[in-house]
Design a protein around this ligand. Structure first.
Ligand code: SF4
Length: 501
């Protein structure tokens, strides 16, 4: 469910070849992606060899049109990058969050780069060691610092942009979709060789502005046309005369995050040919086909707003059951439940979602959910339905049972926090008080996305991770967890301990 998980980051970057300020594009592009990270945000623009930066905690503030114009003074220039962030690496205290706010910069010997990044690095310790040799005072606050410094190290060796980026692609294990600006105003973006996180390119109708974005919704909001999704291992450089696509690393095994479809991305964004809402509707239809007996025993459908809404429509289409809009979200309670302490989380969820009692009293209900992570959010919803007199509660879950952590930018980072790593489906139903929990099968999920199985990352639901170090850490930590080891930190931040073992 939406409130349980921290999403990694969102990127928007733009360049204008008519000397117009790009800040408004970046501001609106980032506002449209605030769901991808709400702990901090930042904007960086480039003018005449200088970077101009604004970084702050929390959601991107609402600005009036007149205030946006005033910001041109602080953030001038026709090239810029923006970022929204949720912490999936580094520390989470306020000071660290401020230091880890993106975009980040690095400079040495007259070279300078700025980076906005979405993803997560797995071989953190190896990179830190390498960076500290060149930058003895390097202080690691987030993975974007690693990417930024690693790239600068390659530039300091005199490499071209394609050559420096290629080295990063080969030597960094993890997920990274990155937009960059150099001290010369060079503008480019690239994706890791598995293409785990999204990044697309688009342009304005007058062909004067070009943009990179994590999600297509940010292009739409700016009135841009989407051109293409960057390929895994691809670098795109933009100059006044041309856009150049360089396929630097070719990888048989692509691994776009399957969870983007079920949970992260906006329903009105699209990856390749399909909109996310279409895929979610298909998920709902699949759940009906896979669970005919449960459907026969139900009276109405209800969704957990808002990520369960599209799949609820699919369940309705396929089953003919009425979709009751009986669960309503209070749009002005803005605390995000997943960043709260456990003791505060459930009351917050309770306050955010209200159930219309008369619509559920005496009914047998199918509730659609995007995922079950800890299980506590779904349990609150099931409890509420029971209190309102629901006779039966079946939970339809579009994302298959999550059995392992994510190493690529989603904050589910230990086995211990995942109910699905220690409970089977029947045990989960019992734990959350449902009559049954029905997960969509992996096969149906893959088919609905339009991707092939070997083009998707399904690490957290299959235990098979696309990158070697993540697989090694996952296997080792699973063994330790099953032997009673207490996980005190994110597993990918224990890489050093694993290597030493
Ligand atoms: S492990 Fe799961 S959440 Fe993480 S990238 Fe892979 S599919 Fe997405």
């Amino acid at each position: 469910m939406e409130d349980e998980l921290g999403i990694e980051c969102g990127v928007f970057a733009a360049i204008n070849y008519d000397n117009r300020p790009v800040f408004p594009y970046i501001y609106w592009g980032m506002r449209a992606q605030n769901h991808r990270g709400h702990q901090s945000h930042g904007f960086l623009t480039y003018l005449d060899g200088r970077f101009h930066v604004h970084r702050s905690l929390d959601l991107i503030p609402k600005l009036k049109t007149s205030a946006i114009t005033e910001w041109f003074g602080r953030l001038p220039g026709s090239i810029g990058i923006g970022n929204v962030r949720y912490t999936t690496s580094g520390k989470c205290d306020e000071q660290s969050l401020i230091k880890g706010t993106q975009p980040v910069t690095a400079s040495k010997k007259g070279l300078k780069i700025a980076v906005s990044f979405n993803g997560n690095v797995v071989n953190t310790f190896q990179l830190k060691r390498e960076i500290c040799q060149q930058f003895p005072r390097f202080s690691y606050e987030c993975d974007s610092d690693l990417i930024c410094h690693k790239l600068l190290i390659e530039f300091l060796k005199g490499k071209s942009i394609p050559s420096a980026v290629k080295t990063c692609m080969k030597e960094i294990d993890g997920a990274f979709s990155v937009a960059c600006i150099t001290q010369k105003g060079e503008f480019f973006a690239f994706k890791d060789p598995h293409g785990i996180r999204p990044l697309c390119m688009g342009h304005s109708s007058d062909n004067k502005t070009y943009a990179f974005s994590s999600e297509t919704a940010s292009l739409d909001i700016n009135g841009f046309t989407r051109d293409f999704e960057l390929q895994p291992g691809e670098l795109v450089t933009v100059t006044k005369d041309r856009i150049e696509r360089h396929q630097l690393v070719s990888n048989e095994r692509k691994a776009f995050c399957a969870f983007e479809f079920a949970y992260f991305a906006r329903p009105d964004s699209r990856f390749d040919t399909k909109y996310v809402y279409e895929v979610r509707e298909e998920f709902g239809r699949n759940l009906v086909k896979e669970n005919p007996d449960v459907v026969k025993d139900a009276d109405v459908i209800l969704s957990v707003p808002e990520t369960g809404d599209d799949s609820a429509l699919g369940v309705h289409d396929e089953s003919g059951l009425r979709w009751e809009r009986a669960s309503r979200r209070h749009r002005y309670v803005t605390e995000r439940a997943f960043i709260l302490l456990n003791k505060d989380r459930n009351p917050t969820i309770d306050r955010k979602v209200n159930i219309l009692g008369p619509k559920v009293n005496g009914k047998r209900i199918i509730v659609t959910e995007d995922s079950i992570v800890r299980g506590d959010t779904t349990k609150v919803i099931v409890d509420k339905l029971r209190r309102m007199g629901a006779k039966k509660v079946y939970v339809f879950v579009t994302f298959p049972r999550i059995i392992g952590p994510c190493f690529y930018g989603i904050d589910m980072s230990t086995y211990g926090q995942l109910i699905g790593s220690t409970h089977n489906t029947e045990q989960i139903a019992k734990a959350i008080g449902a009559d049954a929990v029905c997960y969509q099968s992996l096969k149906s999920l893959v088919k609905a996305t339009g991707f092939k199985q070997n083009e998707l990352c399904t690490g957290c639901i299959t235990g098979r991770y696309p990158t070697p170090l993540a697989q090694k850490i996952a296997d080792e930590m699973k063994k330790r967890f099953e032997n009673g080891f207490e996980e005190k930190e994110r597993l990918y931040e224990m890489e050093e301990a694993i290597r030493a073992s």
